[in-house]
Ligand binder design. Structure first.
Ligand code: ADP
Ligand code: MG
Length: 617
């Protein structure tokens, strides 16, 4: 059975599969190799990919994008609060989880970010199934290297809702390094720095590659930095210009802002090849047209801090790997935003031009690497990728809160996974009969400044003086980067544990409901398609019949018969116009009505059998 590799991106997603000694990127039903991670709900349809993206101006409250920015985050997260101001769709707060509220088929629907991501995953899975004519159940899914435990778990949930079993979660830059490693000609050991700057996230990973062994040395990044931020910078720039010129405030006009953002993204892309770009939006706000231009220099100036910060991350990652920049043999560029000339220039200045790789496809490398790993894990006998060896690292330090509020780090960042690390501690107070463990991830000294993961307690500890009762606490990180913590009271052997795929996450009940909903959506889509195909057939038939009696090559029928045919055609056409997406059964009934009137008339004429054939289609 075939297994797939999926790059589920903030802006774009891509799917690949290993087929007889080569990896193939699978195009979607619109023939594109990369699918925009957009979902749009119209009155009677759910659209995914480019067709959804095209809906944003006309249907912006129900067109969803950048959903990966919500995955595994809480509603009160400052990033979520800032992002939602820029979106046309509505977010609501459900127990501090951000959910998307939309109107679909006359009903309000509340959807979790995992459900939207699942729709994208499902459509990629279906593309492969259609192309290979095979059912797909297993996948390797990529996540930004800097994704935390909760974000990784939420991604696994999304896959489950899409009906996919996740073979492995792998970091995006590691997958890209695999793509590079399999493609490069030499077998010599190389240190490769993957610089992945996409739409929403930024990752830097240093990998030592030898033959088919990929050894990650260090990783760094920002889960909230990418092309979307550069677009927003330009949007803010032009909003100020518009407000100044027209003495107004267009900022609350979300629809206008959205239209401006599309124009800005295009201008940004143009600036990657030209020195100057125009931004034009007709009737941007209060009916006023907007036209302006921006130079590449201005764009670079607006984003200077962002660009320079990426270099700071590169330097920090080099120092985490204990390496000097001269030890890097190749820099692999991944993600659409690495096409920005300034980004390339900064990297060239740091590493030298000949170190920048230009052969790896920045849009496809991640899915390519994921498919290679999928084939490797599934132990495909035919695969030459059987010997692939990958060792990755923990992106953020993991630990617990001490009684004074300090963070005790148990697993240091950049530790190789899978890993198992022990820590000993004891009661903090006299006569303590319960020990609470609060688990965090991050690099700050005070636990509260890090990201809270979950808590648990060990109960039934014998009352004793502070420090007498001891605990052995174990942190296990599996190969997906998912954490389990166990703590045991040494004197009683009492133990408790927490697996973070069960905390702050979707419960089994929620997951089941979402799976059912996903299936319902799928059925609805299939039903919608059937209905529209049937009504389309009916419309074809109306035109064919009408054409047969009125067209240039029309059949010889009496005026009375002709009138009758035109009358029924008109009637059916009106019915089609008045009924949006009618039931298959009703369209068939109309076909029968049409046939009942036309058949006896066509049967009477000499070449009638020719036209009668259209009723058999
Ligand atoms: P993600 O992995 O986050 O889904 P991608 O790697 O697909 O993102 O990159 C998408 C981002 O790259 C978008 O912000 C897009 O505007 C930007 N991008 C694509 N092409 C160019 C280009 N030629 N110049 C500048 N930015 C580009
Ligand atoms: Mg990406």
């Amino acid at each position: 059975m075939k297994v797939i590799g999926i790059d589920l991106g903030t802006s774009n997603s891509c799917v690949a599969v290993y087929k007889i000694n080569q990896i193939e990127i699978i195009d979607n039903d619109q023939g594109e190799r990369v699918t925009p991670s957009w979902v749009s709900f119209t009155d009677d349809e759910r659209l995914i990919g480019n067709v959804a993206k095209l809906e944003v101006s006309s249907n912006f409250e129900r067109t969803l994008f950048q959903i990966k920015r919500l995955i595994g985050r809480t509603y009160d997260d400052p990033m979520v609060q800032a992002d939602m101001k820029l979106w046309g769709f509505t977010l609501i707060n459900e127990e501090n989880k951000p959910k998307i509220s939309i109107e679909h088929k006359g009903r309000r629907k509340i959807l979790a970010p995992e459900e939207i991501s699942a729709m994208i995953l499902e459509s990629l899975k279906t593309s492969v199934e259609d192309r290979l004519d095979e059912t797909i159940t297993d996948a390797v899914i990529t996540v930004p290297a800097y994704f935390n435990n909760t974000q990784r778990n939420a991604t696994i949930d999304a896959a489950r809702i899409a009906g996919l079993n996740v073979l492995r979660v792998i970091n995006e830059p590691t997958a890209a390094a695999i793509a590079y490693g399999l493609e490069k000609e030499t077998n010599e050991e190389q240190n490769v720095l993957v610089f992945d700057l996409g739409g929403g996230t930024f990752d830097v990973t240093i990998v030592k590659i030898k033959n088919k062994e990929f050894d990650v040395k260090a990783t760094g990044g920002d889960t909230h930095l990418g092309g979307d931020d550069f677009d927003n910078c330009m949007v803010n720039h032009f909003v100020s210009e518009f407000n100044r010129k027209n003495d107004c405030d267009m900022s609350p006009n979300k629809r206008g802002i959205n239209r401006l953002r599309i124009a800005c993204e295009n201008a940004k892309k143009n600036l990657s090849v030209k020195k100057n770009a125009t931004v034009q939006v007709d009737g941007l706000h209060s009916g006023i047209d907007f036209k302006s231009s921006i130079t590449r220099a201005k764009f670079e100036d607006l984003n200077r801090d962002y660009f320079e910060n990426t270099l700071k991350t590169v330097k920090d990652t080099l120092s985490s790997a204990d390496m000097n920049k001269s030890e890097i043999d190749k820099v692999v560029l991944v993600g659409g935003s690495t096409r920005i000339p300034k980004v390339r220039e900064l990297l060239q200045n740091l590493f030298g031009e000949n170190k920048i790789n230009k052969t790896v496809n920045p849009d496809e490398a991640v899915a390519y690497g994921a498919a290679a790993l999928a084939s490797n894990i599934s132990k495909d006998e035919l695969s030459e990728l059987r010997e692939l060896k990958i060792s990755d690292v923990v992106p953020l330090s993991l630990g617990y809160k001490q009684s004074g509020g300090g963070m005790v780090t148990v697993v240091k960042r950049n530790t190789k996974i899978p890993t198992k690390q022990w820590n000993k501690n004891s009661t903090a107070k006299d006569n303590q009969i319960e020990a609470r463990f609060t688990i965090y991830e991050g690099e700050r000294a005070a636990a509260k400044d890090n990201h809270f993961l979950g808590k648990f307690s060990v109960k039934g500890i014998p009352a004793a003086l502070r420090g007498v009762e001891k605990f052995k606490t174990c942190f296990i990180v599996d190969e997906n980067g998912i954490l389990t913590v166990t703590s045991r009271n040494v004197s009683t052997g009492k133990e408790n544990q927490i697996t973070f795929d069960k905390s702050g996450k979707l419960s089994e009940g929620e997951l089941r409901r979402m799976l059912e909903d996903a299936n319902r959506f799928k059925q609805d889509d299939a039903e919608w398609k059937k209905r529209s195909e049937q009504v389309h057939k009916l419309e074809d038939l109306v035109y064919a019949v009408k054409h047969a009696v009125t067209g240039e090559m029309s059949f010889d029928v009496s005026d009375k018969d002709k009138k009758e045919i035109i009358k029924i055609c008109k009637k059916v056409k009106t019915w089609i116009n008045d009924n949006q997406n009618p039931k298959v059964h009703d369209s068939k009934k109309k076909m029968a009505d049409l046939e009942k009137i036309c058949r006896p008339i066509f049967e009477k004429i000499r070449d009638g059998s020719e036209i009668l054939r259209i009723f058999q289609k």
